[in-house]
Each structure stands twice: as structure tokens, then as C-alpha cells.
Design a protein around this ligand. Structure first.
Ligand SMILES: C[S@@+](CC[C@H](N)C(=O)[O-])C[C@H]1O[C@@H](n2cnc3c(N)ncnc32)[C@H](O)[C@@H]1O
Length: 255
């Protein structure tokens, strides 16, 4: 099995562990982040269609369904999709949730007005090639003029110098010498959510250079309409427990 496939299995296994499922099930009934709501209100026309990729247990799907969007939630982790369906049913909502992989979508070309990949889900796709495949797929299923909103962490060196320094040694020196290194690319990080909780395995995430992400989006053909840190969009989100992240709003041009 290739290293990206192994890491993809790790991502699903970690999200399927009981403590993580419980955490995400609780978050599913919370509101949208204020930053998400501001950007969605501005760029996704009311009543239009949304593909909610990496929807998890439905944290964004449910409130957007309630706002009147025609929404389909798709996620790689079968356990999350099952929980999302239960939560929707408990609330008396008929929401279309499906298992699926962003790198190989089963929708026709130009099926959606908008695509959302919230809370850094795109960066949980191991390997740059696969992340580019996902961007290509998002481009394919978006209608011309449609918007794509997603987030990533932002790679910074201040305060993280030793992390990146040690990673450079592992990837650029030890790996070519034949040492077994789990990271595929510079920026790949394995983290444990909370050492006090019964989290089973480490989780994978890629922390990108945000300028490189912009370049990748432009290579695919997207217009990058906005790149802004969550904490710069709205003060209220500074209270969220997760670390700050970069929002990208992109548009598939009409021609
Ligand atoms: C950090 S969670 C966010 C879940 C949800 N959007 C939220 O905000 O609560 C990232 C999600 O991306 C999903 N994911 C990772 N890789 C994916 C892929 N290739 N295709 C679809 N979903 C994927 C994971 O299963 C997980 O549910």
C-alpha cells in the first residue's frame, strides 16, 4: 500500500475512534463559526446548491440546510456520515449525506453552485498530488461563476522553528539516507488531540505554505477572491478553541 493510502486510512481510523466521534457529534449541533457565516452570506447566493465536502457529523451542513441551501454532505469517514444521518433524523431534517472521497467525486460536471470544505478538511488529504486531485474535482463539479470556500492552517516559523527544523532534517537528510519517515512532504504533521483523553491514534494534517496553496488554486484556474485569517474576519471567533486558520474564497470563472 502506498504511503498516501496508509495515511488516508490513519485519518479515517482516528476520526472513527469513540472519543473523536463523541467530540464531533457534540460540535455538530453548534452554530457555524461567525467567520463562516459572514463569508457564506456574502459569496453563496441564498437558496443555491452547496456540496459540503468533509462534512463530518454535519456541523456546517445542518445550519446551512436550515438557512435554506440545497445541500449535500459528503465525507470520507463512514462513522461520521452515519452519525450525521442520526443527528439530522433526530432533528426531523431530511439531509442528503453520502460517503465519498474529495479526490474522486461521483457527481457530474457543474453540479453545484458552491463547494465548502470547512475546518481544514482539505489539508487532511495526504500528499500534494491527492490534494491537487481534490481541487481539480471541486473545479469540475462547480458551475462556472460558483464559489469554493475552505480553510487551512498557516505555516509559520515564529514559535515553531524547532518543529520545522527537525522536520527538515527528517525529510531532506534522513529520508534520502533510507530511514523510515512517515511524513510524505514538508509540512506534514502528526498530532494527538489531548494526552488526557482516550484518543487512540495520532491524526495527520498538512500545514501548508499559504502562498503555495494560492499558486495551486490559480494553476487549476480558480480566481482567489479572498485570503484572510479567521481572527482577522471577526473578533468573535478568537474565542473558538481551535487554532486560527486561513480562509480562502475562490471562484470558478464564467469562461
Ligand atoms: C477536521 S474534520 C471537519 C469536519 C466538519 N467539516 C467540521 O467542521 O466539523 C475534517 C473532515 O474531513 C474529512 N475528510 C478528510 N479527507 C477527506 C476526503 N478525501 N474526502 C472527503 N472528506 C475527507 C474527514 O473525514 C473529516 O470529517
Amino acid at each position: 500500500m502506498s504511503q498516501p493510502q496508509k495515511l488516508k486510512q490513519l485519518v479515517v481510523a482516528e476520526f472513527s475512534s469513540p472519543a473523536v466521534v463523541e467530540k464531533y457529534a457534540k460540535e455538530a449541533t453548534q452554530e457555524l463559526w461567525a467567520s463562516e457565516e459572514i463569508l457564506i452570506d456574502e459569496y453563496f447566493k441564498s437558496g443555491s446548491s452547496i456540496l459540503d465536502l468533509g462534512c463530518g457529523t454535519g456541523r456546517t451542513t445542518l445550519p446551512l440546510f436550515n438557512k435554506g441551501y440545497k445541500i449535500i454532505g459528503v465525507d470520507l469517514t463512514p462513522r461520521f456520515v452515519a452519525i450525521a444521518k442520526i443527528i439530522a433524523a433526530e432533528q426531523g431534517k431530511t439531509i442528503n449525506y453520502q460517503e465519498g472521497d474529495a479526490t474522486n467525486l461521483h457527481f457530474n460536471e457543474a453540479s453545484f453552485n458552491n463547494v465548502l470544505f470547512s475546518f481544514n478538511g482539505w489539508t487532511m488529504i495526504p500528499s500534494e498530488t491527492e490534494r491537487l486531485n481534490a481541487l481539480q474535482e471541486i473545479w469540475r463539479v462547480l458551475m462556472p461563476g460558483g464559489h469554493f470556500i475552505f480553510t487551512t492552517h498557516k505555516r509559520i516559523w515564529h514559535g515553531y522553528f524547532w518543529l520545522w527544523f527537525k522536520q527538515g532534517i527528517r525529510i531532506y537528510i534522513l529520508k534520502p539516507l533510507g530511514f523510515k519517515i512517515d511524513e510524505i512532504e514538508f509540512g506534514d504533521v502528526f498530532f494527538k488531540r489531548d494526552s488526557s483523553a482516550p484518543y487512540l491514534t495520532k491524526q495527520f494534517i498538512h500545514i501548508p505554505n499559504v502562498n503555495r496553496v494560492k499558486m495551486q488554486l490559480e494553476q487549476i484556474g480558480f480566481l482567489v477572491v479572498l485570503m484572510k485569517l479567521r481572527n482577522e474576519i471577526v473578533d468573535r471567533d478568537k474565542k473558538l478553541p481551535s487554532r486560527d486558520c486561513m480562509f480562502y474564497v475562490c471562484q470558478k470563472p464564467f469562461v
